[in-house]
Each structure stands twice: as structure tokens, then as C-alpha cells.
Design a protein around this ligand. Structure first.
Ligand code: HEC
Length: 141
């Protein structure tokens, strides 16, 4: 009897915890940070890495022909999250994001081979960077 009761109690507890957690994942009031599932984090990480490869690596990766502003770690997760351009406690203020949303980055080379042509990325891509930061900058595979 006792065992059955404990099991019932445990189930109830598990349900409560689950209910609380699933409530947090729905978009709450503006200041409540949203929680991300592991699957969402993995997807964000993969999408973020792809964006860095396609839009930024040319000028900001170890392997680049020339590296700009000493930022050569956009594809080095460990170094990137520790860097000054990532602020996990204030994602919106991270330069990694602000440079994109303000249209400063990425760049393209002009006719003289200087990285002066500013490219405005679509909002969805800026949002991806912001969401990746808000999710705690999960590592990619
Ligand atoms: C064609 C080359 C090029 C590409 C591609 C590029 N950048 Fe840059 N990046 C630069 C240059 C040049 C600077 C220095 C800018 C300056 O001093 O005005 C810079 C500087 C930066 C800085 C530092 C800004 C500051 O004021 O300290 C950040 C952050 C940055 N880039 C992020 C990115 C991100 C994120 C991407 C991809 C979305 C990207 N860059 C793509 C050339 C590039």
C-alpha cells in the first residue's frame, strides 16, 4: 500500500514539475527569459554555425587569407563565447549581434579589394544570432 502511495505521489510530483517547465517554454511576458529545449539548442547551434561559415568566415576565421579586427574565432565556439563580442547576460548588447542588426557586418570586398561594402542581412538571420545568444550560445557539432 505504502509503495503504491509513494509511486502515486512521485507521479504527481513529476507532472507538476513537467507542467511548470512546459509553461516556461511558452512565450511569457517580455522580461521572462524563454527556455530552450535541447533539440532547439542543437538546431540553433547548427544554423548559427552555418551562418558564420557562409557570411563571416572569409574575414574572421583562422583559415582566412586576411583576418580583420583580430577576430579570427567566429567558428571557434570556446573562444567565441569567452570573447568581448559575446555578452551572455545581455544578448542584445553583444557586438556579434549589434554589428549585424545595424548593417555593419558582414562586408564584401570593393573593387580595390577592401572590405568596405556593408551588407544588411535579412532580419531572420539577425534574429537567429540573437536567439542563439539568448539560448546561452549552445555549442555545435
Ligand atoms: C569581407 C570581410 C568581412 C566579412 C565577411 C565580415 N567582416 Fe566583420 N569585420 C570586417 C572588418 C574590415 C572589420 C573592422 C571594421 C571596422 O573597423 O570598421 C570587422 C569587424 C568586426 C567586428 C568588430 C566590430 C567592432 O567595432 O569592434 C565584429 C563583431 C564583426 N566584424 C563581426 C562580423 C560578423 C558576425 C560577420 C558575419 C555576419 C562578419 N563580421 C563578416 C570585415 C568583415
Amino acid at each position: 500500500m505504502r509503495a503504491k502511495l509513494s509511486i502515486a505521489l512521485l507521479c504527481l510530483l513529476a507532472c507538476l514539475v513537467f507542467a511548470c517547465e512546459s509553461q516556461q517554454t511558452t512565450e511569457g511576458p517580455k522580461d521572462t527569459p524563454r527556455t530552450y529545449t535541447e533539440a532547439e539548442k542543437a538546431q540553433l547551434a547548427a544554423d548559427f554555425k552555418k551562418l558564420m561559415q557562409e557570411q563571416c568566415a572569409e574575414c574572421h576565421d583562422y583559415g582566412a587569407k586576411k583576418i580583420y579586427d583580430k577576430i579570427d574565432y567566429l567558428l571557434d565556439h570556446e573562444q567565441l563565447v569567452k570573447s568581448k563580442i559575446v555578452k551572455l547576460d545581455n544578448p542584445e548588447a553583444s557586438e556579434l549581434y549589434t554589428e549585424i542588426v545595424e548593417g555593419e557586418m558582414p562586408r564584401k570586398f570593393d573593387a580595390d579589394g577592401k572590405p568596405r561594402v556593408k551588407v544588411m542581412l535579412p532580419k531572420a538571420q539577425a534574429d537567429l544570432v540573437l536567439n542563439w545568444l539568448k539560448a546561452g550560445a549552445p555549442a555545435w557539432k
